[in-house]
Design a binder for this molecule. Structure first.
Ligand code: DOR
Ligand code: ZN
Length: 351
């Protein structure tokens, strides 16, 4: 029998620094999964009608809190969705009041509900100046949208043509490059100062682009940015498990019904919230880096956002757990990441 330290891992309660909780029936179905494992979460604002005002954020926060199971202690951190015309004053007021924790930049049409996103950085210079001045974090979906650019190159081209100039123009701006998928992104984040960090999802640590085509089209492995070549997955695993505080946990859990995924034009997004910690623990165990999980999951995110780390702890046990094929979400079904598989470490609740 291996020693207990190899069977059980106790870490500070983690936070999810990037999640899609949706609204209505879907919100009610998914929020409990995130709240079960995480103390806080940065909640994405890309609702069908995006969250662009203080009032909308307050109302969304109330809907999230009402949809929560009892006594989770979970705290949603709301974000403002940047548009070409959003008011810098509204954002600054929302940050000052603690309603907004950050702003989210979606290049227009880059992904789900990004139609109202920013068409040109030049149009939001005043907003970026304000963010830099008030030290409010900017969270970036880092992909160009031009149809001329190959889907698999869109992150690397964004870094070169949009992010690099933006860093030069706003060197003091605190930025999180969200859900990075390439070695290019890892290298860029490493080369820049401490005010640029990145989140990494469990799926980008686990799959490469072959997963979307394994024996046929696999819509449940499709998300944006898409998974890339194996060399990129390996770079992400090295970054996540390195103990470098520039890389921290953000699941990008993005539920879409099975019907919406398995369609002629399937939605982008992988729903990993129900077994998120299990998915990360599997990767860290495979990399012999379980001792680095607490930093990645529970410490580096709060440090970047300048928030305290959670004062409670959670337990992971080396006990296999079976991931169901599907989960009910109101009248719809969801297919979780790792559906039908067994994961070696299980979340065992509060310590
Ligand atoms: O795959 C994704 N799904 N990527 C995103 O950026 C958005 C998300 C969603 O909201 O479904
Ligand atoms: Zn996302």
């Amino acid at each position: 029998m291996p020693p207990e330290s190899e069977q059980r891992l106790v870490i500070r309660r983690p936070d999810d620094w990037h999640v899609h909780l949706r609204d209505g029936e879907m919100l009610a179905a998914v929020v409990g999964h995130t709240a079960r494992q995480f103390g806080r979460a940065i909640v994405m604002p890309n609702l069908k009608s995006p969250v662009t005002t203080i009032r909308q954020a307050q109302s969304y926060r109330d809907r999230i809190l009402s949809a929560l199971p009892e006594n989770t202690g979970f705290e949603p951190l709301l974000t403002a969705y940047l548009t070409d015309t959003i008011s810098a004053a509204e954002i600054a007021a929302g940050y000052g009041d603690g309603v907004f924790a950050a702003c989210k930049l979606y290049p227009a049409r880059a992904t789900t509900n990004a139609d109202h996103g920013v068409t040109s950085i030049a149009l939001i210079k005043d907003v970026l100046e304000t963010l830099q001045r008030i030290d409010m974090p900017l969270l970036i979906h880092g992909e160009v949208t031009s149809p001329q650019v190959d889907v698999f190159d869109r992150e690397a081209v964004f870094i070169e043509t949009v992010l690099q100039p933006l860093r030069q123009d706003f060197p003091e701006l605190r930025i999180v490059l969200e859900h990075i998928t390439t070695k290019d992104a890892v290298d860029f984040v490493l080369a820049e100062g401490a005010n640029l960090a990145a989140t990494i999802t469990p799926h980008h640590l686990e799959i490469n682009r072959n997963a979307m085509f394994e024996g046929g089209l696999r819509p449940h492995m499709y998300c944006l940015p898409t998974a890339k070549r194996e060399q990129h997955r390996l770079a992400l695993r090295a970054a996540a498990t390195s103990g470098n505080p520039k890389f921290f946990l953000g699941t990008d859990s993005a539920p879409h019904s099975i019907a919406a995924k398995e369609s002629d034009c399937g939605c982008a997004g992988i729903f990993n919230a129900p077994f998120a910690l299990e998915a990360y623990a599997k990767v860290f165990a495979e990399e012999n880096a379980l001792e680095k999980l607490q930093g990645f999951a529970s410490e580096y995110g709060p440090a970047f956002y300048r928030l305290p780390i959670n004062d409670t702890k959670v337990v992971l046990e080396k006990q296999p757990i079976e991931v169901p094929e599907s989960l009910q979400a109101g009248a719809e079904l969801l297919r979780p990441f790792h559906a039908g598989a067994s994961l070696p470490w299980r979340f065992a609740g509060a310590a």
